[in-house]
Design a protein around this ligand. Sequence first.
Ligand code: COA
Length: 153
Amino acid sequence: MQIRPITAAETRPLRGLVLRPGQPPESLVYPGDDAPDSFHAGAEIDGEIVGIASIFPEPMPLAPDADINPANAFRLRGMATRPDLQGSGLGSGVLLYCIEHLRDIGTPILWCNARTSAIGFYQRLGFETVGDEFDIAGIGPHYVMWTDVRQTN
Ligand SMILES: CC(C)(COP(=O)(O)OP(=O)(O)OC[C@H]1O[C@@H](n2cnc3c(N)ncnc32)[C@H](O)[C@@H]1OP(=O)(O)O)[C@@H](O)C(=O)NCCC(=O)NCCS
């Protein structure tokens, strides 16, 4: 297994399989996917991308009760592991690879709209919720979660 930078195009099969099953191909293209500061990470096994995450420069919509600047932030999207490989550490590996990239470029804050069903995954990596639960049409309940990557282990 290798974790490496990948292209936006390489994320799309797994986005479709895990995050947008049955939805049209255009739903697999996120705004800013090909922008120069966007970063996509993938876990590859035997030539197949089996874990993905993407990060994009975007201010955090809610200011947590902390001494941070919510404007100096990246947003995490499209976090997925192939279903038969979930729970084997790939998701953590891919997310930590993105966090390393943010440390390298000096951006302290990473946030996401986390599916309520995935909160436990993010909490294990040091993310905290901020604000109330909200619904995203067609997907379900979410919380904004965030972490200061300078403090992630
Ligand atoms: C959420 C997801 C990306 C996690 O990836 P993964 O490869 O399964 O994660 P890992 O194997 O690295 O898990 C790390 C830890 O988090 C736990 N974990 C994984 N998914 C979890 C979840 N949904 N809720 C609570 N804990 C979870 C694992 O059990 C593991 O715990 P451990 O350290 O005690 O062993 C993956 O389960 C997935 O693709 N889920 C469906 C899509 C989804 O919900 N994406 C997130 C959208 S916000």
